[in-house]
Design a protein around this ligand. Structure first.
Ligand SMILES: Cc1cc2nc3c(=O)[nH]c(=O)nc-3n(C[C@H](O)[C@H](O)[C@H](O)COP(=O)(O)O)c2cc1C
Length: 246
């Protein structure tokens, strides 16, 4: 690109050489052009979760890390609103501590959903399904649904259970049903992620990322679980970019 420029600027009585001005102006113009191209190329990925005891939050951070590995992807980490009354949280040391640890993560809004090209939803398993907190967040998307604002957004799901067969797959699959109503394009994890073949106690399946937290919810996601979660984040980001033609 050729930028032709001529200028004489008078500052406090002295004349700045036109050569310097040309240089400064040209660099600024070029910077602006590069920035505009970068912004146009960029795509947003939203990782939105609910976590009472911190396990899903750990998976969420790994999902976000995976999405960040994709070039020109801007990742936001958000949590959904709590429904548990404050006095109950206050009376439970563990819940209180986790709430404090997650306090700096903003609450997700419908705008966050509308702006994102890819959305990854994380919820603890509640009787084989998503948590009420996540369901409430999804149930507040009526306006977005009516306006078709979520059509073709790429979505993935992750969860955590206390027991090995406590419903990771049912939670992930049933969570996908409302996402289909919202016209999203759902992705899972391909078996090219070799960790899915692991026989160690843990999570991860073709349906999404997961972890097993134990009866007291105090067993954090394993290294394998976190790597699989990163794979999910990366995959959602990559496919969202392709769908957006970027
Ligand atoms: C009301 C309730 C229902 C639950 N249902 C299940 C279940 O169906 N299967 C299971 O394995 N764990 C179940 N759990 C345990 C949580 O899913 C598990 O502790 C999870 O790891 C918590 O995630 P978090 O640490 O992000 O809050 C349930 C917990 C609660 C409070």
């Amino acid at each position: 690109m050729l930028l032709l420029y001529y200028s004489h600027i008078h500052l406090k009585g002295s004349t700045i050489k036109s050569q310097d001005c040309v240089h400064a102006r040209a660099s600024r113009v070029l910077e602006e052009i590069e920035m505009t191209a970068e912004v146009k190329e960029r795509i947003k990925v939203l990782v939105v979760f609910y976590s009472m005891y911190g396990n899903v939050a750990k998976l969420a951070k790994a999902v976000a890390e995976g999405a960040r590995q994709v070039e020109n992807v801007e990742v936001s980490l958000r949590q959904v609103e709590e429904l548990v009354p404050e006095e109950i949280t206050e009376a439970n040391e563990r819940m209180k501590q986790i709430k404090e640890e997650l306090a700096d993560i903003p609450i997700a809004t419908n705008e966050d959903l509308a702006e994102a090209g890819g959305i990854v939803f994380g919820t603890p398993t509640r009787y084989g399904n998503m948590s009420a907190q996540m369901k409430q967040f999804i149930d507040k998307t009526g306006k977005l649904w009516a306006e078709g604002k979520l059509i073709n957004k790429v979505a993935g799901v992750f969860t955590s259970t206390s027991t090995l067969h406590g419903g990771q797959e049912t939670t992930i699959i049933t969570s996908m049903i409302p996402l289909l109503h919202l016209d999203m394009i759902i992705v899972g994890i391909p078996y090219s992620e070799q960790r899915l073949f692991s026989l160690k106690t843990g999570g991860g399946s073709p349906y999404g990322a997961s972890s097993v937290s134990g009866p007291k919810a105090d067993r954090p996601p394993t290294e394998n679980d976190l790597e699989i979660a990163k794979t999910l984040g990366k995959r959602v980001a990559e496919i969202a970019k392709k769908i957006a033609g970027k």
